[in-house]
Design a protein around this ligand. Sequence first.
Ligand SMILES: Cc1cc2nc3c(=O)[nH]c(=O)nc-3n(C[C@H](O)[C@H](O)[C@H](O)COP(=O)(O)OP(=O)(O)OC[C@H]3O[C@@H](n4cnc5c(N)ncnc54)[C@H](O)[C@@H]3O)c2cc1C
Length: 404
Amino acid sequence: MSLTTPRPRVLDPLDLLGLDDELTGDERLIRDTVRDFVGKRVLPQIAAWFEAGTFHKELALELGELGLLGMHLEGYGCAGASATAYGLACRELEAADSGLRSFVSVQGSLAMFPIRAYGSDEQKATWLPRMARGEAIGCFGLTEWDFGSDPIGMRTTALRDVNDYVINGSKAWITNGGIADVAIVWAHVDPQPGTPATGSDVRGFVIPTATPGFRTQNIERKMSLRASVTSELIFEDCRVPVDAMLPGVSGMRGPLSCLSEARYGIVWGALGAARACYEVALDYAKTRVQWGKPIAAFQLTQNKLVDMALELQKGQLLASKLGRLKDAGELLPQHVSLGKLNNVREALAICREARTILGASGITLEYPIVRHMNNLESVLTYEGTSEIHTLIVGQAITGHAAFT
Ligand SMILES: Cc1cc2nc3c(=O)[nH]c(=O)nc-3n(C[C@H](O)[C@H](O)[C@H](O)COP(=O)(O)OP(=O)(O)OC[C@H]3O[C@@H](n4cnc5c(N)ncnc54)[C@H](O)[C@@H]3O)c2cc1C
């Protein structure tokens, strides 16, 4: 038995179990680099950007320079980072704002990933290096006004005409749409009139946004993800060569595999937004005095803070496990659903609880909480709503599909 008194270990209130201590040196470097970048470049201005409803396009080049665009992909100027490193970057970006993380997720997981996984050599060489540098911005068009959770019924069509496809239809709620240089667009190819849509004829197209017949219209008056561009994509006899089609995938497997990639980033990202709110609430509780003492000294406030810290740790354990599964090539879409369902739901609950700790001050943009809360309402809905992820996990554990 040692005669020396063990040095008392102090809990880190932001990481009770010391989970970040398990990160490798490279992963810590990525975490710290992104934290430093958002601290200097984004946090001082994000409330104003959110209020004005603007996304600063020049950030793309800076994010590219940091190697964060398509960072989990290999080759073509992409960093080839581990799933955990990519998750950490998402977490630290979203600690600043979900709009920033959305930009990076869409660029890397929804636009670059399908080109990398399913594109021709020419598509990869044309787009990926520029997209990795942030010189070209991508978007992903799956959702339509009338087809959200159930995209198979999409009305956008691509009809073959000699050496071209002619695309007609529209896509709604498309992140980066109005600032994109290239769109990955999913459409029914040569649908047979009167035949029910099964999704097997869905194909992806890589379409430069300057193509005649392609225009965009931004969706305004959003109260969520205001520092992010969300748009409608409109195709009116938009003619693209046959080699604009992604040759490597057909059917709904194409868009769904991209969504699985992006949802993985959300599992981590939501923790960043939640941590930011918890941190603000903890600081505030220690300094705000009511009834002659800091509100942190009241049992009810401590109950809130402890629950928040606990859920953050549980969410982090879940995200870290998914990261290890992804790196081992064992991550299933159902695992990702489990992670997105839990971490976004709990992140939103943490933000709302943090807001109560700040009382009236919690509703202003002086603090980040109400901005994160509003942003997470979009995160709860996009990339599969919490109801849809519940149904995916429900099917996995019961064997019954309850979607219809
Ligand atoms: C800010 C923002 C950015 C987005 N970016 C993109 C993008 O870049 N690309 C893209 O393609 N899409 C994007 N989307 C669209 C997003 O993916 C859809 O909003 C989402 O899939 C839900 O579709 P919906 O809004 O039409 O809701 P609906 O599908 O109409 O659902 C409405 C409600 O009904 C519930 N519901 C639906 N089906 C069932 C069921 N079977 N059982 C129980 N409940 C059900 C849903 O869970 C939800 O609560 C974005 C959305 C937002 C808000």
